[in-house]
Write a protein that binds this ligand. Structure first.
Ligand SMILES: *Cc1c(COP(=O)(O)O)cnc(C)c1O
Length: 367
């Protein structure tokens, strides 16, 4: 079976470095917010090109702390509207509703699955205060349009960069540095993945970074002195040690994913599928290689029977979830079409050429 993802195999590559990292961590005696976290924050902000990075416990917490941070600064408040793509992982939307704001779901482009700026414009009301965009599947969204809309209407632009570590926009800025503040997840399956839960916020806004540093740690200014009603959302020092090791390999890993994507582009020629639309490889880190097919479920079963595991990102649209009953009547035809037709092919860094050719041969002979 060609597995969709083989985390064990992927992490085995770093076994010796991980063990050294663990020994350093153990010897340090600092298990919470120690030097591994501080060093990772410095290294990741340098990598992204931002002034600040704050390590936190997960991608969801990163998104929520950005919103809570802006609330603390008086920039956002309860019931403000946040424009967000309707087709994303549910965490993006949860971050908005969990913090007391209102998600306004906007349809994506069918070409690249990222939020459609024209539809963003139409969704703006007097209550709109922010656009929370997602670089879905690893491809940077339409920064130029979104930045100009945000500027024109005085809105915050926030990035969910959980799938786009290392993607480079055409002007040279990286994901994480394409908005007022960005959230990253280092969930084990992400392009930069820890060995547990982890996340981070990157920003060039010093006041925001300072507030988030407090909020992630009980709102405290110093031990037992609390300025804010905060949370426990700290990045674990051990995970930071692992992330520092993997960050050094991120660009090579992303390039490997691009090579695999290129081979898929070259080999796949079936009229039953639509390939990802990617004009600029630098802007895509192929967190996922997502094709579309009217016969998605049959294709998925056929591949599985022939020894290829694929996944669907995501099978149920958010507005169709029980968790968001209030959206169940919405009509979002493009979002629904995407959820019904998408299929993610294996693309992890250790996939071999013979395995890729087996996958492309199978898909090309599927009818
Ligand atoms: C993974 C992911 C998240 C959530 O990250 P966690 O670390 O699992 O909380 C948020 N948004 C997107 C787009 C993701 O892919």
């Amino acid at each position: 079976m060609i597995k969709f993802l083989d985390l064990n195999l992927l992490n085995k590559r770093f076994e010796i470095e991980f063990k050294n990292g663990f020994n350093q961590f153990l010897d340090s005696g600092q298990y919470i917010l120690g030097e591994q976290v501080t060093s990772f924050e410095t290294e990741f902000s340098e990598y992204c090109g931002t002034q600040f990075c704050v390590g936190v416990s997960s991608g969801l917490d990163a998104l929520q702390l950005i919103i809570e941070g802006y609330k603390t600064l008086g920039v956002l408040k309860n019931n403000d509207e946040v424009i967000v793509p309707a087709n994303t992982y549910i965490a993006t939307i949860l971050a908005i509703s969990n913090t007391g704001l209102k998600p306004v779901l906007v349809e994506p482009n069918i070409q690249n699955y990222n939020i459609n700026p024209e539809k963003v414009r139409k969704a703006i009301s007097s209550k709109t205060k922010a656009i929370l965009g997602v670089h879905l599947y690893g491809q940077i969204h339409d920064v130029e349009q979104l930045e100009s809309i945000a500027k024109e209407h005085n809105l915050l632009l926030i990035e969910d960069a959980a799938q786009a570590h290392g993607a480079i926009y055409k002007d040279g800025r990286k994901a994480g540095n394409l908005s007022n503040a960005a959230a990253f997840s280092f969930y084990p399956t992400k392009n930069l993945g820890a060995l547990g839960d982890a996340g981070a916020i990157t920003t060039n806004n010093e006041a925001l970074a300072e507030v988030i540093i407090k909020l992630r740690n009980y709102g405290r200014k110093s031990t037992y002195v609390n300025d804010l009603k905060g949370y426990n959302c700290r990045l674990d020092d051990l995970q930071a040690a692992f992330l520092r090791i993997k960050l050094k390999h991120l660009d090579a890993d992303n390039n490997k994913r691009r090579e695999i994507a290129n081979l898929y582009f070259k080999e796949l020629n079936s009229s039953n599928i639509v390939l990802p639309n990617c004009k600029d490889l630098a802007q895509h880190v192929f967190h996922l290689f997502v094709i579309r097919s009217h016969k998605r479920d049959a294709l998925k079963n056929y591949l599985y029977k022939n020894g290829v595991e694929t996944l669907v990102h995501y099978p149920v649209a958010i507005h169709k979830q029980l968790a968001y009953k209030e959206f169940n009547d919405f009509e979002l035809p493009i979002t629904e079409q995407i959820h019904n037709e998408v299929l993610s092919l294996p693309i992890h860094q250790l996939l071999r050429e013979d395995q890729i050719l087996k996958i492309t041969d199978l898909i090309n002979s599927f009818s």
